[in-house]
Write a protein that binds this ligand. Structure first.
Ligand SMILES: [Zn+2]
Length: 137
C-alpha cells in the first residue's frame, strides 16, 4: 500500500470512479489505530472533499518539468502544464498548512489563489489535449 504525504496528487484506485473524480490532492494525513503504516487521507477533488484509505488511492506521478516529445509544440505545452501543476500543488500545500493558523481573510486569499492556479492547470491541460487531438502527435 502506498503512503502519501500532504500535497501528494492522487487518483482513485477504483477505475470506474477515477475518470469522473479526476486528480485529488491530499490535504491531511490521519493516523489510525491499525498500525504505523495505516493512515486515512483527507483528499480534495475538484467536486468534493473525501476521506479515503491508502488502498483506495494510487499516486499521480508529477514533478518533472522536462520532457521531450518529437513534436516541439507538444513538448512546450506539456512543460507549461507541468509548471502550472507544480505551482498549484505548492499553493495547495501552503493552503493546507495555513488552515487554522492564519486570519480568515488571508485563508480566503490563499484559497482564491489555489482556485486560480487550478484553473490554469485545467486550461493548460485542455490546450495540450486539443493539440494532441488535432496534430495526432
Ligand atoms: Zn504536435
Amino acid at each position: 500500500m502506498s503512503v502519501f504525504k500532504v500535497g501528494s496528487r492522487v487518483y482513485l484506485a477504483n477505475a470506474a470512479l477515477r475518470q469522473s473524480a479526476g486528480i485529488g490532492t491530499v490535504l491531511h494525513v490521519i493516523s489510525t489505530d491499525g498500525g504505523p503504516n495505516d493512515f486515512v487521507y483527507d483528499v480534495k477533488f475538484a467536486s468534493a472533499r473525501r476521506t479515503l484509505r491508502g488502498s483506495e488511492l494510487i499516486p499521480v506521478r508529477t514533478g518533472r518539468v522536462s520532457a521531450s516529445f518529437s513534436c516541439e509544440e507538444k513538448t512546450s505545452l506539456w512543460i507549461a502544464h507541468q509548471k502550472a501543476l507544480n505551482a498549484s500543488m505548492k499553493a495547495l500545500t501552503t493552503l493546507a498548512d495555513s488552515a487554522g493558523t492564519v486570519a480568515k481573510v488571508e485563508f480566503e486569499f490563499l484559497k482564491k489563489r489555489v482556485d486560480y492556479l487550478e484553473q490554469r492547470v485545467e486550461m493548460a491541460r485542455q490546450r495540450l489535449d486539443e493539440h494532441v487531438a488535432k496534430h495526432r502527435c
